[in-house]
Design a protein around this ligand. Structure first.
Ligand code: ZN
Ligand code: ZN
Length: 247
């Protein structure tokens, strides 16, 4: 029997063979497989989210603040989640790594991304009684294009680290939402309205749910997902993303 190897696999194999020890982000420094082929200089540019930040949406705040605060956006908005937090700042280096991972299946970076995710998420969430993890769903058309839902992969890693199940069977993405990169806050919110739907007979009754995604920008996408999880009966909902855009 002939086994068909997808061309993407050949491309990945070729890439690692051609550039075995060079940083896959900047192409200018040596790098090791252990670090996901991200060199020391690029790794040093990865910044973890440190307090102070908005207690609601997790937006980091420049300067000294010792009391809890909410940012201007959160005072106007009503989110369907208790709080959103992230592990790292979505700066240029992190965005590039996520882009390679999402759109070019740079699976060799996955252990590194997983490490960034769990090193911050596990200590923060471990003893808060969370019972399920829901990744932000990808539309089937997008899944066929990419064969990859980064949110599900990150959710599985966090689920294993926390010892709680991943529920990717509660909801679906009903519209292949176009990219949000060029949209402002209001447009993003409108763009994802009705983009998700609950699966028939799904129930999140009495569950405390962590929604997982790769990046949080305005919170519009995770908010839409949070509202569905709430409708399914969840008693608590929070959000954890690998990266946080600082707008
Ligand atoms: Zn580099
Ligand atoms: Zn906020």
């Amino acid at each position: 029997m002939r086994i068909r190897v997808p061309w993407k696999v050949w491309r990945e194999a070729g890439w690692s063979w051609l550039y075995p020890n060079w940083c896959h982000l900047c192409d200018e420094e040596r790098a090791q497989a252990d670090n996901g082929y991200i060199g020391d200089r690029c790794l040093s540019r990865v910044k973890f989210v440190e307090p102070p930040f908005c207690q609601r949406c997790g937006l980091p705040f420049q300067g000294a603040l010792s009391t809890p605060f909410e940012c201007d956006h959160c005072r106007e908005e009503s989110f369907g989640f208790e709080f959103a937090r992230a592990s790292v700042i979505a700066n240029e280096t992190v965005r590039l790594a996520l882009h390679q991972y999402k759109y070019h299946r740079a699976l060799w970076m996955e252990p590194c991304l997983n490490q960034w995710l769990v090193s911050r998420a596990v200590p923060a969430l471990a003893h808060q009684g969370w019972t399920s993890i829901v990744p932000v769903p990808l539309h089937p058309v997008r899944y066929r294009e990419r064969e990859f839902n980064q949110a599900t992969r990150l959710a599985r890693c966090l689920g294993a680290a926390l010892g709680i199940p991943v529920r990717d069977d509660w909801m679906v993405r009903t519209t292949p939402t176009p990219t949000q990169t060029r949209l402002n806050r209001r447009e993003r919110s409108n763009n994802v309205q009705g983009a998700f739907g609950a699966v028939k007979h799904a129930s999140a009754k009495n569950q405390s749910v962590i929604i997982v995604d790769d990046i949080l920008t305005t919170g519009a996408t995770t908010n839409a997902v949070a509202h569905i999880v709430q409708k399914l009966g969840a008693k608590r909902v929070c959000v954890w993303t690998l990266a946080r855009a600082v707008l």
